[in-house]
Design a protein around this ligand. Structure first.
Ligand SMILES: [Zn+2]
Length: 122
């Protein structure tokens, strides 16, 4: 999975994608690795109509985001200002990190520093 919880992503296909110039950028609320799906804030929202009940005497609508395929989102790069393809690499301290394949900037560490992977400073 190329995204994790709290990542900002660009939605590139599906009903909420918008057109190429006004793509939706939103936060990942939940990741479902087994289904290769993610729940993204405000994307693929469905309304459930509720009958009046004791708890909710008015009845009404409940809105809830449904999962979308992880292949419909790209991690957002704040340098490129768009969703991008990512790579993984080790930084100088041996932390695994994700980076933007377009501009090369780091998109955040994924692990703690591990000596064997640290770059030798010779
Ligand atoms: Zn970038």
């Amino acid at each position: 999975m190329h995204v994790k919880r709290d990542d900002m992503v660009e939605v590139i296909s599906g009903d909420d994608a918008g057109d190429a110039n006004s793509r939706k950028i939103a936060r990942v609320l939940r990741v479902l690795p087994d289904e290769r799906k993610v729940v993204v804030e405000g994307v693929n929202r469905v309304y459930k109509h509720l009958k009046p009940s004791r708890q909710n005497p008015q009845g009404g609508r409940l809105s809830k985001e449904m999962p979308i395929s992880v292949s419909n989102v790209l991690l957002y790069c704040s340098t490129c200002r768009r969703g991008v393809r990512i790579g993984r690499r080790y930084d100088d301290e041996g932390r695994k990190e994700r980076y933007c394949k377009k501009c090369g900037n780091s998109l955040g560490a994924l692990s703690k520093a591990r000596k064997p992977y640290a770059r030798k400073s010779s």
